[in-house]
Ligand binder design. Structure first.
Ligand SMILES: [Zn+2]
Length: 278
């Protein structure tokens, strides 16, 4: 299966001002692997560009979907839905959210595991929550590369902040992608990730380190969100303070679910560590 990436300028704060749109196209055995009129799926058309216009005109776009409905991924869904005969897909149970974000009514819904046929091949929907509650990834062919949206980036990290983000789900998603061990990850922002396990391990340890700092901070007596925020980040937070705060809340929510801290949405407290039972 061919995967083509277009970096599309959008106005987002983080992680950059560009979002990747992808076209997954069945390989035509008669065309020596050259893309042509084979059925394809357009993923995350974040904005209209000349290059995407041309691609949509020259290819046979049969399906259109987004990895998640954040504003920096959906800008041209309505446009390209109107200009193609593509089946517009949304996540089952999230169609209202999809409609609100895209201005477009979905034709069909998918659930994790749904296979979208592309010629003799298929793209398969994978559940990938954490960054956003409706987030999915797309496996391009059996055992193929994965269009992973905002689950991963090659440099830096993605935003996982409350209330939209769920840190526990995010860490599970990273572990699941690690276990799947695809040949490549195609992220929503930035270049292809050609060593997925290495990147996923980096992202997992980044979260584990931050979580440990949050936990240590609470155990050493910090109670309010602002106190915890100050201790959990050593860097200057000007300009990103609200994102950092949302991230710390996501960590606290995860730690609370795991009974490592108490957290009521305002103040945190350490949980007494009982005698180990093992
Ligand atoms: Zn996003």
């Amino acid at each position: 299966m061919h995967v083509t990436r277009w970096s599309v300028p959008v106005s987002t704060r983080a992680p950059s001002g560009d979002t990747n749109a992808y076209l997954l196209e069945a390989a035509d055995p008669s065309s020596d692997g050259e893309p042509g009129r084979e059925p394809s799926v357009l993923v995350d058309p974040a904005a209209r560009t000349d290059a995407l216009d041309r691609a949509v005109r020259e290819r046979s776009v049969e399906h259109l979907l987004v990895t998640h409905t954040h504003p920096d991924h959906v800008g041209a869904v309505e446009t390209y839905a109107a200009e193609t005969d593509a089946t517009v897909w949304a996540r089952d149970g999230r169609t209202d959210r999809f409609r609100d974000a895209t201005g477009c009514d979905p034709d069909r819904t998918f659930t994790p595991g749904t296979a979208i046929p592309l010629g003799d091949e298929r793209a398969r929907i994978l559940d990938a929550p954490g960054h956003a509650p409706d987030h999915v990834a797309l496996e391009a062919g059996r055992g193929g590369p994965i269009i992973c949206g905002d689950c991963a980036v090659r440099e830096g990290s993605v935003v996982v902040g409350a209330p939209e983000g769920d840190m526990r789900a995010y860490v599970t998603t990273l572990r699941r992608l690690w276990a799947t061990d695809p040949p490549a990850l195609y992220p929503g922002h930035g270049p292809e990730i050609d060593a997925p396990r290495k990147t996923l391990e980096r992202l997992l340890s980044h979260r584990a380190e931050r979580e440990q700092r949050v936990l240590d901070t609470v155990r050493s007596g910090s109670r309010s969100l602002e106190e915890i925020l100050e201790s959990a980040y050593e860097k200057d937070l000007s300009g990103v303070r609200d994102l950092a705060r949302a991230t710390v809340v996501a960590h606290l929510e995860k730690l609370a679910v795991e009974d490592s801290v108490e957290w009521d949405g305002q103040r945190a407290a350490a949980v007494a560590i009982d005698a180990e039972d093992d």
